[in-house]
Each structure stands twice: as C-alpha cells, then as structure tokens.
Design a protein around this ligand. Structure first.
Ligand code: ZN
Ligand code: ZN
Ligand code: FE
Length: 750
C-alpha cells in the first residue's frame, strides 16, 4: 500500500483541552507515525503511513476532536517524500511565541468527574475541586500565559505524586490538566460564620444546614461569589432582597437538573440543550404558570441555570433541589470575587460564607440569554463564552474598542479574531471602572496585543470615552469615534459575517446622535465605513432628563402633553418652562412612557423595568394596531406617535385591558418598522435588515418584527454571538475603526 507524508496545521483552541492525547490515540489505532506539538497558532502534526489511514485521521479531526477544542481551520499538505519516523512522539512546544495561543473559557464539571465525585471508592470522592482536561476553571484562574499551572491561581498547590503521574500520562484523562488536584494536594473549602470567623466542621453540611434554615450563604463559584438561599421560601428571598437592596429585579435560580427545572418552567429541546451545555448559562425560560415565583421574578420568565462546579453539585444533593443564586454585590457594583472582600462587604448581607483558598483571578459573571431560533440570544455574554473570539474573514489591525457605558464591555483584536470581553457593568461606579481598566490590560497581556488604534463612542461624557481619550494620548495612537447606533448596527452585521450595505433598525434607550442630540429609535442605511439616517421617531421631551429613567410617570405626562391631552400639572409647568427638558428619539423612553400610562410601572426600581413588564403584560393573540403617521421629513421617515397616544387613552376609557393595549402598542411599532424598512429597501435596493439595540431584548417585538420583515422578502440579521444591548457595541466599534484605519492609511497620513 502507498505510504504518504502529511503535514497538518490546526488553528484554534486546542491546548489544555485534551487535544494531543486525542491525536495520540488516533494515530496509535491507525498505525501512523510522526509527532504533534503545540504552536503559536494551535498545533502542528506530522504523520506518515498508509494513505487510507492518513485520510481517516484527517476525518477524525473533523468528527471526533475533543468537545472543548475550538478548531477554526485545518491546513493540510501531503507529499510522497517520507521522513521515516519511528513511532509517534509528543514534542515540546515551539518556544518564544507561546503568547499567541488562545485560552479556553471555564467549563462546567464533566460527566466523568461527576461520576468520580459521587463514587465512594474514588480518591476524589466528594472532593469539591475535582476537574480534568475536559472540565474545570480556565479563564478565571489564568494570571498570565502560557497556560501552565505556574501562571494560574493553582500555583500555590504543588501536585502530589498521584496527581503528577496522571498529569504525565498521555493515556490519562488528566494528562496536562493544569488545575488537576486532589484532597491531598489541592485547595480546600472554608466555612465562615457571619462575623468572619472560620467555623469547624464539614463545610458543605454546614452550608446546607444554614440554607435549610432559610439563611443566606455567600458561595464562591468560578468567576465570582453568589448569594444563595432556598428558593421555596418567599420569606428567605424577601430578606435577601432587602439586604441586597434589590427591590424588584429578578433573581436567577439554580436547579439540580432539568427534571427539577421543569417544575418551574416550560423547557423546549433547544433550551434543554443550552441549559445542559458545558457553558451552563442562565437561560430565561417561560414560567410554567404565569404569576408563579413572583417573589423571584415579577415577569413571565424565570432565569434558571444548572450546577456547574463540584461545589454546586454537592450543595444540591440531598434535600435541597434548587437555590436562588444571585451575584454577590451591593446594588449595581461589580460581583465580589475575593474572599477578603466577601467577608468585609457582605457582612450583614450573608449569614455565612462558603469560600476556598483557590483565588479567582478574573471576575466573570454568569452568562444570561434567551434561546431564540434554536440558539443563544445573549443578554449578557460572560462565563463559559469568554474569551472565545468572534472570527472574521478579514485580517484586522490591533484595535481596542472601548464600548459604551452602562452595559460596558470592550473588545480587542488580533489577526482575524475579535475578543469581546466579559460583562463589566456600569462604568459610573468607580469599582466597575477599575475592573474595566484592569481587564483591558489583562486582555492585552494574555493575547499579546500591541494596540495601534483605539475607538470609543461619540458620547463626550461616557467614562469609556474618557478612558479611550487618555489611553490614546498616552500611547500616541489614533482615536476614532463611532456613532452609537451605527456601532449597534455594525455589531449585528459583524455578528452575522455580513459586510454588505444594510438597513439597520436600531432601537434602544439612548445614544449620542451624529447631530449631538439624543437618539434611540433609528433606522440607518450603511456599512462599516459610514451611514445615513433614514428613519426615526418624533422626539420625546424628557422633563427632568436622566431622572425619567427612574420616574417613567414623567415620560407619560410628556407624551400626553405632546398629544394635546391633559397631564399632571406640575410636569406640564416643567415642560412649559423648557428647563432640563432634553428631547430624545428614544424607543426605551417610549416604552417607559406607555408602560406608565397603563399604570404598569410609574416608578422604576431598575433600568428597563417598564419595558420588561409591558412585554410581560401583553396579550399574545391581539392583532390590532393603532393609527400613526410616518411621513418623510428631510429624507427621514418619522414615526409620529401622537395619534397612537390619543388612541391608547380612548382605549383605556373604553375599558380595554392592559394586555390588549400593550400588545396593540407594540404591534404599531412593528408596523411602522416594517413599513419604513420596505420603503427604504425599495428606494435603495438593499434587501438586508439588521436588528440591534437593547429594545430587541423584547421577545414579543423581535419575533413579530422578524416575521413581518421576512414576509416582505427582506433578509433579517439578528444577534447570534454578542448581546443586542450596549454590551455588544464594542464589536461594531471594531469594524468601524478597521474601516476608518484603512481609509486613514490609504490617505497616506500614516
Ligand atoms: Zn472532568
Ligand atoms: Zn493530588
Ligand atoms: Fe445602545
């Protein structure tokens, strides 16, 4: 039989995920010889042997590679000249450029480790830090690269003999598993009482005991600390809410398994697949009974996740089958991740603390999503997904995109990869800003990036703009500014691998407009290199400016006044004075205002509450819509909502239900968007529509608008890998900066 030589280059995440042992197994079975080694871009393999065997090996890379490997590309070169390898060896890594490798996200405990965890004969029986090449912490324990134990927070735990021999053995599931450990050599749990003194006894049993009594325990996880309490006690949850100063915002729950989760929610096959995926996100699921679990979530969804660390599994064995699990933070500060901070800052919030002596190096909150169209639709992309890159077709310049502000994130590029950061939070808090800055530097280091360009929002007062300006000045690199809604649109395009001109429907709270005014319900036409505004809504006057986000009753009064109807006298006087009454074409505020008109939310306890509860109230089967006008002014279709407001008021007087009005209101918006998109498409010949902005977290609007646009034979792009809200903006900023940088160098200025 003919023998051939095959050189294979594997690009992607293949280190620390059991890839080399997999290769070793395959070649042994197939009788091939040669070597494998880790490289800067992934791995390099050289094999020699019978041609059919080499073919099967290539096939197995596609079909059988370890679950956690992330293979982007495989390049193969075959030749007839043989090197005459004897046997197969694992060669040491290529030196010097190890910093170019990719790091894996954190991975939920695998079935093999779970089986050992509950096997009394196993040496890791009930050991809370059990892990292997297929599971365990990664991104959150990595201090530096290359990804070796000494560069992780496992450094203080030298492996015992038994663990070391597993680590060295290519046949073992723990071959080169950097966080590998056991009760002899690894970290240990610690249980602290309310006053911060360590209590003797078995930490897991103590925790369970406290929780059973209705108490709150701070539990350290992978990317931060949770507050846990029993979810079947409204009283326990109420106390937690009070202490956490989180009046109404929904909590997530952790259920032992899907069977348990089905007691609370309806779960489709796709939702089950994501719940049980190794990323273990929080999935927003439709409650089984409307109005149930109201002390946990006031809307029609409940956020559920399954356990992902051994500690979670140990806690949820026995009597306790589900827990409220909410990020340990006070109000909107970043999640607490250090033991010392937990003991200090959570005193008076937690009754006890289940901590451990393995440090978390990087904060990373739980990811949060809906399942839409069979796949992830992110509200928050974080643990389990970060730092997976978004891959593009083009070679990118080294760019830092600084994101927005309230839902901050950043993104950084290398080669054809864009690395969006984890969820960061609201930069107006000093702690959050510090965390943001530290994470930017961490990403630059672990991905070995020398920045050449920085891009930020046009908003002059965003903290991210301030950071970008200062950074660009210090480094002497060009700074670009991307318009907020253009960045949203480009984010959705890049998310779908689209670079062609699109129509963007971008609906959100607020963003700084190209004309210096506040925008937020925009229809744009453009691509990465620029845009023009083709549609918007009649501006809404906001008596009290930013206060209106917390006090939507002010917006309601403003809508009534504009529509020529009577409203609250004091607000009327405020509006007439014109003082601190900025105008905004904001979809978020329109939702808030209508929500307040319907008496759903007049005073909001968290951002977007009005819109969320309006969606929850909507009656699904209502088809009617309100009258509106959408005339073209200076080439822009303007949705005039005044007639609609009058119609809503008439409906209220005639006794129409909230649910009916809420639905008819959203139907009207959908009708306008479909009408304007169709007209713009006819005028420009563009057939693709990108939907972005925080308003598309509304499933009622997303589902129906997507359907309507498809019926108009338009191709609809929705977000797939990053959030539609401001967290996703950094991805779009990257693409805008890339286009500007290319134009910049074409002009020969550099
Ligand atoms: Zn495992
Ligand atoms: Zn050990
Ligand atoms: Fe936005």
């Amino acid at each position: 039989m003919k023998k051939i030589h095959t050189d294979i280059k594997i690009y992607g995440i293949v280190q620390g995920v059991g890839f080399r042992p997999f290769v070793h197994r395959q070649v042994s079975v197939l009788g091939l010889s040669g070597f494998v080694r880790n490289t800067s871009y992934g791995a390099e393999i050289s094999v020699e042997g019978d041609e059919p065997a080499a073919e099967s090996f290539l096939k197995s890379l596609e079909t059988d590679a370890p679950k956690l490997s992330f293979i982007e590309a495989v390049k193969v070169e075959k030749s007839d000249s043989l090197r005459g390898y004897t046997g197969f060896e694992i060669r040491t890594s290529e030196r010097g450029r190890a910093r170019r490798t990719l790091i894996s996200p954190d991975v939920a405990i695998c079935p093999d480790c779970l089986a050992e965890l509950s096997d009394p004969r196993d040496r890791r029986y009930e050991y809370p830090f059990i892990n292997c090449t297929n599971c365990g912490p990664r991104f959150t324990i990595t201090r530096d690269i290359p990804y070796d134990r000494k560069n992780t927070t496992m450094a203080p735990f030298p492996m015992c003999e038994a663990c070391a021999s597993e680590y060295e053995n290519i046949e073992d599931r723990r071959y080169h598993a950097q966080p590998d450990c056991c009760p002899i050599c690894g970290p240990r749990l610690q249980f602290f009482g309310e006053d911060g003194t360590e209590l003797p006894g078995e930490a897991i049993s103590l925790t369970k005991e406290y929780i059973k009594q209705g108490k709150t325990v701070a539990v350290k996880g992978l990317g931060g600390i949770h507050l846990a309490c029993r979810c079947d006690s409204a009283e326990a949850v109420r106390r937690l809410r009070e202490r956490k100063r989180r009046d109404e915002k929904p909590f997530a729950i952790m259920c032992r398994d899907v069977f348990e989760a089905r007691r609370y929610a309806d779960i489709s096959a796709d939702e089950e697949r994501l719940l049980t995926s190794h990323q273990r996100p929080i999935v927003l699921l439709r409650k089984k009974e409307k109005g149930s679990l109201s002390y946990i979530s006031e809307n029609s969804y409940v956020g559920i996740m399954l356990p992902y660390t051994p500690v979670h599994y140990l806690l949820l064995s026995g009597e306790i089958k589900s827990l409220v699990m909410t990020s340990a933070n006070i109000s909107d500060l970043p999640i607490i991740y250090k033991d010392s901070d937990a003991l200090k800052l959570l005193s008076g919030v937690a009754d006890a603390f289940l901590l451990n002596n393995r440090e978390i190096h990087v904060r990373c909150d739980d990811s949060l999503m809906y399942v839409y169209g069979g796949r992830e639709y992110f509200l928050r992309r974080s643990r389990g997904y970060v730092p997976y890159p978004v891959c593009t077709e083009t070679e990118l310049l080294p760019i830092l995109a600084c994101g927005a502000e309230q839902k901050a994130s950043f993104a950084i590029t290398r080669d054809s990869h864009i690395f969006p950061s984890q969820h960061i939070g609201d930069l107006k808090n000093l702690e959050t800003l510090e965390n943001y800055e530290a994470n930017i530097l961490h990403f630059e280091n672990i991905f070995d990036i020398k920045l050449k360009f920085i891009v930020c929002d046009m908003h002059p007062d965003y903290m991210s703009t301030e950071y970008a300006t200062e950074r660009a000045r210090l480094m002497g690199v060009p700074l670009f500014r991307a318009q907020h809604h253009h960045a949203h649109m480009c984010s959705c395009m890049a998310d779908n691998g689209c670079a062609e001109k699109c129509i963007g429907i971008v609906w959100d709270g607020t963003g700084y407009g190209a004309d210096g005014k506040i925008w937020g319900a925009e229809m744009l036409v453009g691509d990465f290199s620029g845009f023009s505004r083709k549609g918007t809504i009649l501006p809404i006057r906001l008596p009290g400016g930013d206060r209106t986000t917390k006090e939507p009753f002010r917006v309601a009064a403003s809508l009534l006044d504009s529509a020529g109807l009577a409203c609250d006298e004091r607000i009327k006087a405020h509006l007439d004075s014109g003082i601190n009454c900025p105008e905004a074409t904001s979809m978020g505020r329109l939702f808030d205002g209508v929500s307040a008109l319907l008496g759903i939310v007049t005073h909001a306890s968290y951002e977007g509450q009005g819109a969320v509860l309006l969606e929850a109230a909507a009656q699904e089967d209502v088809l009617r819509e309100y009258p509106y006008s959408a005339e073209k002014q200076d080439g822009i279709y303007v949705f005039d909502w005044r007639e609609m407001i009058c119609a809503i008021e008439r409906d209220k007087e005639n006794g129409a239900s909230r649910g009916e009005i809420a639905a008819a209101f959203m139907n009207t918006l959908i009708s306008f968007a479909a009408f304007a998109a169709k007209r713009i498409s006819e005028e420009t010949g563009i057939k693709t529509v990108a939907l972005s902005g925080g308003s598309f977290q509304n499933m009622y609007v997303l589902k129906r608008l997507e359907k309507r646009l498809s019926e108009e034979e338009l191709c609809v792009l929705i977000h797939r890998r990053v959030s539609c809200n401001d967290e996703g903006i950094s991805l779009g900023q990257v693409m805008i900066a890339q286009a500007k940088a290319e134009a910049h160098s074409l002009e020969g200025r550099d």
